[in-house]
Structure formats: structure tokens, C-alpha cells
Design a binder for this molecule. Structure first.
Ligand code: NAP
Length: 912
């Protein structure tokens, strides 16, 4: 027989309200009164509201007793409802025994642990903190003890590693608890409810975690215990740790989103001191890594500082932002308005850590946000601002930055220490610090490089010289950007950023060409057209590729009766190291970096130590273009230190190198020994140029001159050897000498100058030695071979050697200077000259002049070189692949092929 029950519900909150709703569905149950807590301000507890809706009498008592004695007026009201059973679903008040025993059937109570374990007010937290394997709840008969009454019903579930206080409550304790309260009431009505006495075996009574002193995280324990403590208080109230700032001040933070971190010691990040922890914790792109006493790690994803929740990975970023920020009242008022705009779009209350996309925004919402901001604030924002700063606080900072810069196109500024280059009727501010993580900084050990102007041999400036530690910081910044901000930027936006950068380079091209000319000795007009012009072209060309990088679908053999879909994805490699030489400083940077960035990587470049200035000016422009910090990092320094550190770094996954063959070989070994990083090598050359008697001689002389003397011979594809058919040899030499005598040598900034100083002293001295050696071996020095008389600076006279034999040093080795090496050949023996042309370990470029198309194409077939010029020389283009054979290296710069150097292919197979 089933009893009809008159139930008094004593409790509060959604849980109690849901139990009430559930009981109201039962025919044999009448809820005769609801006893709950008083309103907080004007806010009534949901149990009271729900009861009122169902016209159930509601009683709101601040307290049921005073000095341990039940309040008579409260008792009277309770008795007035005539309950036969008290149901306590969730009750924070102390209920007197007169009430507990006041109903004939007694009182049943819900408790969120498997009693007798974890008696007390914080049972769920303790279930997690103690590392229990199961969680559960008990419905028991209330008695005069605390959670000690006889048991009626219990249920349990296995705890998952992802469980927190919130999740276990939401997924099990709440929904199953409500159902079970219904079951318990049914059992009481049916007279089948047991009363199983609790044993004291395994009983615990745990402290309440609402006391702040109990929320302090003990860091002197194994990682698993740290993790359990944090998740046991996640999300309310949050475990507390104390950060010790660099100036020694302390601030408390609450920790959320912890998990055991199996990837081991941090590979990249910034140290953060936590009180009570011997070793530093690490802020990295995935959060905050804390090492337990057992050497294992816990990762914490979110931190709450004051009222503000932030991603732990943003700890230093927000700190910087805060330091930057001194918001005016007007700006703070705009923050309110901005918050309203976000709220209207997202239809959510906006917190400082609200993420636009995580809150469900789509691409139309991005447009709406940008347009509303433009309208409300009259500020030049673009869609990328939202993608790069999707969190409310970050976006607000971007907005303020844009507002402060007014209508200057929203270009960001970066401060640096540097010098003012006064040249070419200009005053050009040039940074002289390292650039990483979006900032210009000094080298950690304060070392500097002397930058010498090759035109007057005077000190131009001193530039910070990166140490291994600086490179490490730069690589970590690139690593963080690769896994963070850069990932948020879509391929098309990447292209737009690159185009913006190219436009800025264009706007600053005279400045860049002036710096290049002063720093490297390049003739200004050539610097403008080639060094800078082709750099801009490279950025524009590769910008176009960004959103066209795609894989294939591949018809593989299906496993019948199923089908199979196989496709490939082209993915960026990660952090790429770039190491470049001094002959075309900005152009070498751009050839490599534009492809690298277009492919979606981040990079650290070590430019040549003798002329790093355009790379640093370029770094400034990347900030103005809006590249997120860490995507592009520039670390001038010495090859043996900074360059080596890049090649050795285990977070660098690809190395793009341009330089000499011996250093290239060394680099390749370093790539293999460190982490087997992918590498591409653009190395030295000794490119043959064959001039047949049937050529257009005027053209052959013009291009033959430029094949050697272009950019003062500091040109990797320079023709290192000219084979001139014996029938035209003497005329060719005579006319070359005539042109040389009229060549204007002097200040590279002078517009009429054709030949400037060599790049630096060591190189200049090597050229002198090279010529001495040629003379000693018996070649005929017909012109030059010496310093330009009466000129200060590294001016080397354009030089011509004839009667050069194949065995001679100057016939085999690269000079990298303005030295023409001429040998004769007999036009009737093409095989022989082809063999001589190929008898070199280099294979970078080559050229032929002839009007005979068969001869020309025969040459192209047989020559062992990555680049072949026919009736032209030095004709490179950003769309055409460029790179060597044999010991001139492998891997291509430029053209579509260059992208593959900076991509990896992933093959995905699905059976369906
Ligand atoms: P390099 O001596 O090989 O130096 C090239 C770069 O490597 C420089 O930044 C250099 O730093 C750095 N480096 C030196 N030792 C290193 C190490 N142990 N680890 C990592 N990096 C290191 O060549 P270069 O004299 O500057 O340039 C001339 C050579 O480059 C010529 O052989 C030329 O043919 C070749 N090149 C080839 C191409 C091509 O596309 N194939 C294009 C241009 C030039 P420092 O600045 O401190 O020396």
C-alpha cells in the first residue's frame, strides 16, 4: 500500500526547486510548505519563486534557532503545515531536532558524497581533493549528528580525469540526485525505504572550503595532488596561489582548468615565481605549468586576478598591456559602449575574458562588430583586429590603440633605441636593437657589433649582438606566436598583412635603399631597383599564394565493401630559422621570409653581422603592418653564436640558409644533430658562362660585364668563369676593358656611380689574396687586381684575368667579387667546353650566348646547374624558382616551389 505524503521541503537553490517540481508530478504527494532562506536584497531564492508559482505556502526564515534553542514562532509556523515527511534536498541552515523529528515519517536529506566518507559542507571538493576513484551521493535519514543518520539510498559514478567540481556536479550529482530524491520519496511512501546505520569505518569529516585559509594551494606536493586540489575547487571558489612579481610584490590568483601535463618539462615559456614553489612555474602558450615535488607537471589554463579571469598564457601579455594602459576617463567610457556593442551582438553578459568566437560569433558578426565600432568611435578598425584580439579586453586595447593613433591608418608604433642616419638628403631613424616578441630589446649580455660604413671605413653605429640566450627568447616568442596569435589569422588575412607590409616597404623604399647603400655599399640605384624592389615584389608575390596553398584528393585502393577517401593537407612547419648573407641583405631576407610567412610559419632570422640594418628597419615595418608579436623576429649577431644557436635550437623545425658552402655543410650537420630539422641550403657558386662566336656580341659583352660586375661581384649567381670562343676572345677582352675604364667608381649614393665599395674589410682582403694567387699560378692579370687608388673605403678595382687554366685556384673557387676569369675554347669542340663547364662541384647558375637555338638548348640540356640563362644573365624573377645543384645546395627560393620548403604534407585517410 502506498501512503499519501504531506511533504515539507526545507532547502534552497535550483536543486531544491527541481526536486519540488519532480515531487509535484506524483499523485500521492502534496507539498504542504516550502521553507527557505530570506531574499537577498530583492532577489528571492528560486525555490521560493517556484513554490509561489504552484501556490504552495512559502516560509523564509533567517534562522530556525537562537542560542541552540528552536525559535517558538518558527516551530509554530512549521507545525502549521502538518507535514508527514520533511525533504531536505539542499539545505544550508541548521534545522532543530524538533523539526527533523517533527514529521511522523521523519526527514530525508541529500548529501553529495558516499557517506560516511566526506561528511561536512564541502563533500564534492574533498572527493576530488582526496583523489577518490568514485564520486556519488547519499540520501539519508537526518538525525541529530552532522551527516551521520541512517542511509536510505546511495549512487556512485567513476570519476573521469577531466572532472572538476563543476563537471561532476552537472553531469551526475545534480541530475541523478534529483531523480533519486524522487525515488527515495516513493520508497518512503511505499514503506520500503531502508534505514541502514552508517558505520564509522572509513568515515571522514572534512573542513568547509568556503573558508579562505582552506583554499590555499599547497605547492609542496606531487603534481597529482596539486591537480586534484585545483579541480576540487573549480570553478567555485578556485584554489589560491601567490605570484611573486619581479619587484618582489605578491599577488594572489585563483587557478582554474588544471590537468596533468604529460608532455614533460616546458619547452618554451617565461618563468613565473609562485610562493611556496622552489622551481619557477612556466607561462607558455597552453597555460601555466607547475612542477610537483615528484617532477611531474600540472598545467593550469586560466587564472583569476581580482575579478578578472584571464588565460594563464596571457599572464605577461596582460601585464604588459596593463603597464601600457593608463586609460583616460573617456576611454573607459568607450569601454562601456564597446561592452554594449559586444553584448548586443553576442546576447551575453560581457566579461573581460569573453571570447568573441567561443561565444558563438561568426563572420557576419565580425563585420558587424567592426562596422559598429567604426560608427560609434570613428576609428579605422579592420576585420583582422577581431581575429587577432578576439577576447574583449584585448579588443578594447586594440580599439584604444587605434583611437590614440587617430586616422593614421591604424598603424601600430613600436619604440626602439637606434640612431639617425643622415644620408641621401634624409634623416632616417634606424633601430639598433634585437627585435623579438614584438619589441626591440638590447642583447642580454649587452654585447654589440660594430657596423662599419664600407664607403669611408668609419663606424656607422653599434648594433645589439644576440647571444644564445637571446636566440632562445626569440625562438620561444616565435613558438608562442605560432601556436597562439598566428593560428587565429586566416590564410587570406595573412596575405593581406603581407600586402600591407609590402605597401609600407614601398612607402619607405628610399629610406630602405639608403640604409642598404650605406650599410652594404650597394649602389643606391641598384639598391632601389633590386635590393628593395625585388624584396617588395617577393612579399607581394608570396602574399598571393597564402590562400592558394592546398592539398589533393588521392584515389587510393578502397578496402571493399567500404570506400576510402584520402586527401592531403599542406601545413606550416612551425618555427623556422633563417640565416642570410651580406650581399643582398634585405632581398635575401625577403626571398626566404616571404615564402616562410606565406606558408603560415613564424620565424627568427639571423642576418649577416656586417650589415643588419635594413633587417631591423624592416622589423619596425612589420609592427606597423600589424603582424602579431613573435611572428617575425630579427636577431643580428655572429654566425658562430647566434646563427649556431638558431641552427641548434630544438624548437626550430626548419632552417633556411643562404651562404657559403663550407658553412652550409656545417649548418646541415647542426640541423641533423639537433632535432633533424628540415633544411634548405642556397650556397656558393662558380657559374660558367659560355660565349660562342655566333652570338650577338654587343649583347654578350653587356651581359658578360653584368654577369661578373653586377653588385660589385657580390652576387651568388655571378659568372665565376667565362669561356669565350677563341675567334672572338681578343675582341671580347678588348671591349670589356674599354667599358671597365669608363666605369664610374665611387660613393654608392651618387646616382651616376656604377661600382661601389666591397661589403667589408675581410672580404676586400680576401679578394686581394685571390688575385695574388691567380698571378702566382700564371694567369694573366690584364686589369685591376688592386685597391682603387686614392679612394678611402673598400673600393676594389674591377679585375680581368685571361689565360686562366682549368686547374688554377681562380678557375675553381668562388671570389664573390668583381673579378672576371676568362678562358678560351675552340668552337668546333662543344663537348670539351661543356665538360669544362661542368667540371666543378658547384651548380648554382650558368649562361650561354649564341644565336644557334640548337646549341643553346643543347647547353641547357647538358649543364649541371639550377639556373640557366640563354642570351641574358642575372634575369631572376620572384615567380621563377631559384636554387643550386651539387654543392651549391638544395631547396628552392622563389616561385611556387619555395613554398614547399616551408610546408609539410599531411595525408588523411577515412574509411566510410
Ligand atoms: P657565410 O660566411 O656562409 O655566412 C652566411 C650566414 O651564415 C651569415 O649570417 C653568417 O654569420 C652565418 N654563419 C656563419 N657561421 C655560422 C654557423 N656556424 N652557424 C650558423 N650560421 C653561421 O656566407 P657569406 O660570406 O655571408 O656570404 C657569401 C656566400 O653566400 C657566398 O658563398 C655566396 O655564393 C653565398 N650566397 C649564395 C646565394 C644563393 O642563393 N645560393 C645567395 C647569396 C649568397 P656572420 O654574419 O657572422 O658571418
Amino acid at each position: 500500500m502506498t501512503l499519501n505524503l504531506r511533504i515539507a521541503i526545507i532547502g534552497q537553490s535550483n536543486f531544491a526547486a527541481d526536486v519540488l517540481e519532480l515531487l509535484l508530478e506524483r499523485r500521492n504527494v502534496e507539498v504542504v510548505g516550502v521553507f527557505t532562506i530570506p531574499d537577498k536584497g530583492s532577489r528571492e531564492d528560486i525555490l521560493a519563486t517556484t513554490a509561489s508559482l504552484h501556490r504552495i505556502p512559502v516560509f523564509k526564515f533567517a534562522s530556525w534557532r537562537r542560542k541552540g534553542i528552536a525559535l517558538p514562532e518558527v516551530l509554530e509556523q512549521y507545525k502549521s503545515v502538518g507535514a508527514t515527511l520533511n525533504v531536505l534536498p539542499y539545505c544550508s541552515q541548521f534545522i532543530p531536532m524538533e523539526v527533523i523529528d517533527g514529521a511522523p515519517l521523519g526527514s530525508i536529506c541529500y548529501h553529495p558524497s558516499i557517506l560516511p566518507r566526506h561528511r561536512g559542507a564541502s563533500a564534492i571538493s574533498w572527493t576530488l581533493i582526496e583523489g577518490d576513484e568514485v564520486a556519488g551521493f547519499s540520501i539519508f535519514w537526518a538525525d541529530d549528528g552532522l551527516d551521520t543518520g541512517p542511509l536510505l539510498l546511495q549512487k556512485q559514478t567513476v570519476l573521469e580525469p577531466t572532472d572538476t567540481l563543476d563537471s561532476i556536479y552537472k553531469r551526475f550529482l545534480y541530475p541523478e540526485g534529483i531523480k533519486s530524491m524522487g525515488v527515495a520519496v516513493d520508497m518512503v511512501a511505499a514503506g520500503t525505504a531502508p534505514k541502514i546505520a552508517q558505520t564509522e569505518v572509513g568515515a571522514t569529516y572534512d573542513p568547509a572550503m568556503f573558508k579562505v585559509e582552506n583554499q590555499m594551494l599547497n605547492l609542496q606536493q606531487p603534481a597529482a595532488n596539486i591537480w586534484n586540489f585545483v579541480r576540487g575547487l573549480d570553478s567555485v571558489p578556485g584554489a589560491i596561489a601567490t605570484v611573486i612579481e619581479q619587484d618582489g610584490t605578491e599577488q594572489q590568483v585563483r587557478l582554474f582548468g588544471a590537468h596533468l601535463y604529460s608532455a614533460g618539462a616546458p619547452k618554451a615559456g617565461r618563468a613565473l615565481r609562485l610562493k611556496g614553489l622552489d622551481k619557477p612555474a612556466w607561462v607558455h602558450e597552453g597555460g601555466l605549468l607547475i612542477e610537483g615535488t615528484d617532477g611531474q607537471f600540472v598545467n593550469v589554463r586560466r587564472l583569476k586576478r581580482g575579478a578578472k579571469m584571464i588565460n594563464a598564457s596571457d599572464w605577461f601579455k596582460l601585464e604588459q598591456v596593463q603597464q601600457l594602459q593608463d586609460f583616460s576617463e573617456d576611454e573607459l567610457a568607450k569601454r562601456e559602449l564597446l561592452s554594449n556593442i559586444w553584448q548586443a551582438i553576442l546576447k551575453l553578459p560581457i566579461e573581460s575574458n569573453t571570447d568573441f568566437f567561443a561565444a558563438g560569433a561568426g563572420s557576419m558578426d565580425v563585420v558587424r562588430l567592426v562596422e559598429e565600432c567604426k560608427d560609434a568611435f570613428d576609428v579605422p578598425l579592420e576585420n583582422e583586429h577581431v581575429f587577432m584580439a578576439p577576447v574583449f579586453e584585448e579588443f578594447f586595447v586594440e580599439l584604444v590603440r587605434a583611437l590614440r593613433q587617430g586616422s593614421a591608418g591604424g598603424a601600430q608604433q613600436v619604440s626602439f633605441e637606434g640612431f639617425t642616419l643622415r644620408a641621401n638628403k634624409r634623416e632616417i631613424p634606424v633601430p639598433t636593437q634585437l627585435f623579438y616578441g614584438g619589441e626591440f630589446v638590447d642583447a642580454k649580455n649587452k654585447q654589440t657589433l660594430d657596423i662599419i660604413n664600407p664607403t669611408d671605413e668609419q663606424l656607422l653605429c653599434k648594433v645589439a649582438c644576440a647571444s644564445k640566450e637571446d636566440v632562445d627568447e626569440a625562438v620561444k616568442a616565435a613558438h608562442t606566436a605560432f601556436h597562439g596569435a598566428w593560428k587565429q589569422v586566416s590564410a587570406r588575412q595573412r596575405g593581406q598583412l603581407m600586402l600591407k607590409l609590402a605597401d609600407l616597404m614601398e612607402q619607405h623604399k628610399e629610406e630602405l635603399a639608403t640604409i642598404e647603400s650605406v650599410d652594404s655599399g650597394a649602389v643606391y640605384t641598384l639598391a632601389l631597383k633590386t635590393h628593395i624592389g625585388m624584396s617588395i615584389d617577393a612579399w607581394r608575390y608570396f602574399a598571393g599564394w597564402c590562400d592558394k596553398i592546398q592539398g589533393n584528393t588521392i584515389p587510393v585502393n578502397p578496402a571493399r565493401p567500404n570506400n576510402v577517401l584520402t586527401f592531403t593537407r599542406k601545413e606550416p612547419i612551425g618555427v623556422c630559422g633563417l640565416i642570410t648573407p651580406w650581399n643582398y641583405p634585405l632581398m635575401m631576407l625577403s626571398w626566404k621570409m616571404a615564402a616562410c610567412i606565406a606558408a603560415g610559419n613564424t620565424c627568427v632570422i639571423k642576418p649577416a653581422q656586417t650589415c643588419p640594418l635594413t633587417a631591423l628597419k624592416f622589423a619596425e615595418l612589420t609592427v606597423k603592418a600589424g603582424f602579431p608579436p613573435g611572428v617575425i623576429n630579427v636577431v643580428p649577431g655572429m654566425g658562430s653564436q647566434a646563427g649556431q644557436a638558431v641552427a641548434d635550437h630544438e624548437l626550430v623545425r626548419k632552417l633556411g640558409f643562404t651562404g657559403s658552402t663550407p658553412v652550409g655543410k656545417h649548418i646541415m650537420r647542426s640541423c641533423a644533430n639537433s632535432n633533424l630539422k628540415k633544411c634548405s641550403l642556397e650556397l656558393g657558386g662558380k657559374s660558367p658562362l659560355i660565349i660562342f662566336a655566333d652570338c650577338d656580341l654587343d649583347k654578350a659583352i653587356k651581359h658578360g660585364m653584368s654577369s661578373v660586375f653586377f653588385n660589385k661581384g657580390e652576387n651568388c649567381i655571378a659568372a665565376g668563369r667565362l669561356f669565350v670562343e677563341d675567334r672572338i676572345h681578343d675582341e671580347f677582352v678588348r671591349r670589356v676593358l674599354k667599358d671597365l675604364r669608363t666605369m664610374t667608381i665611387g660613393d654608392p649614393l651618387n646616382r651616376s656611380t656604377a661600382h661601389g665599395p666591397q661589403n667589408h674589410k675581410a672580404h676586400f682582403d680576401k679578394l686581394l689574396e685571390f688575385c695574388d694567387r691567380g698571378v702566382q699560378e700564371g694567369a694573366t692579370l690584364v686589369y685591376g687586381g688592386c685597391r682603387v687608388p686614392n679612394l678611402k673605403g673598400y673600393f676594389f678595382t674591377p679585375t680581368v684575368f685571361t689565360n686562366v687554366e682549368d686547374h688554377m685556384f681562380i678557375a675553381q673557387e668562388e671570389s664573390f667579387g668583381p673579378i672576371m676569369i676568362i678562358s678560351k675554347f675552340n668552337g668546333s669542340d662543344i663537348d670539351s667546353v661543356m665538360q669544362r663547364a661542368n667540371r666543378t662541384e658547384y651548380g648554382l647558375a650558368s649562361g650561354v650566348f649564341t644565336k644557334d637555338i640548337s646549341k643553346a638548348l643543347g647547353f641547357a640540356d647538358r649543364i649541371e646547374a639550377g639556373t640557366v640563362f640563354i642570351n641574358v644573365y642575372n634575369k631572376t624573377d620572384v615567380a621563377a624558382p631559384f636554387g643550386g645543384f651539387k654543392q651549391s645546395g638544395y631547396g628552392k627560393d622563389l616561385g611556387q616551389e619555395a613554398l614547399n620548403e616551408y610546408l609539410k604534407t599531411k595525408c588523411v585517410t577515412i574509411e566510410y
